[in-house]
Design a protein around this ligand. Sequence first.
Ligand SMILES: C[S@@+](CC[C@H](N)C(=O)[O-])C[C@H]1O[C@@H](n2cnc3c(N)ncnc32)[C@H](O)[C@@H]1O
Length: 238
Amino acid sequence: MSDVTTAEFNEDGKYIRKIRSFVLREGRLTKGQSQAIEAHWPAMGLDYTPQPLDLNQVFGRDADTVLEIGFGMGASLVQMAKAAPEQNFIGIEVHKPGIGTCLSEAGAAEVTNLRVYHHDAMEVLEHSILDGSLARVQLFFPDPWHKKRHNKRRIVQAEFVQLVRRKLKIGGVFHMATDWENYSEHMLDIMNAAEGYNNQSTTGTVVERPDHRPLTKFEARGHRLGHGVWDIMFERIA
Ligand SMILES: C[S@@+](CC[C@H](N)C(=O)[O-])C[C@H]1O[C@@H](n2cnc3c(N)ncnc32)[C@H](O)[C@@H]1O
């Protein structure tokens, strides 16, 4: 398994510090997580390389590919892969325990249409995914970076959404969900200003949770407490 980021240097060989959307908190792996990585990484893990991935070769077929950024423990990703065997799924996560749990659940569910990266999604998207190759990109409950002075760490930014657009096919969908209202407003501001996208909401705002996004445990609890969740879906039109 490679490092989660690639060190970058300028022409003078000076290390470039980037603003990242995550802070690594490498909690210890449980025994189950490390066993799952050992058992399933050979079949389901994708080692990061800056060369574009041949999706047909990776999945052994030509099918629509859905890519999820920051899948956490992977509960909804595994459910989605299980529920849609006709589609390919790629998950990207920097948190190693999440990789372990996801692989453990994917192994137990016997899914064969899921591959995962343990790396920074920005670099994977930029270098490993061919332009115009994805049917859907999913970003569920990204770190909200609540404090105003941390807002710049939010992954949803003008440049990022154009990177996502480039990787989607025409007609492909960028699907976001958040439980933080201020972040949903930020997402809508960025997406409304972004070229080449069309909001799938008839009201020009948010959409109902589509059936293909499973309700997470955390979200179900939020519902009971009266908390909101906002789904935002934009289609690539150009
Ligand atoms: C708040 S959690 C949500 C996890 C999951 N989607 C869920 O709904 O439970 C956000 C996740 O995104 C991951 N993450 C943030 N920035 C990332 C990046 N640039 N590349 C890969 N993963 C990232 C974090 O490690 C974290 O696990």
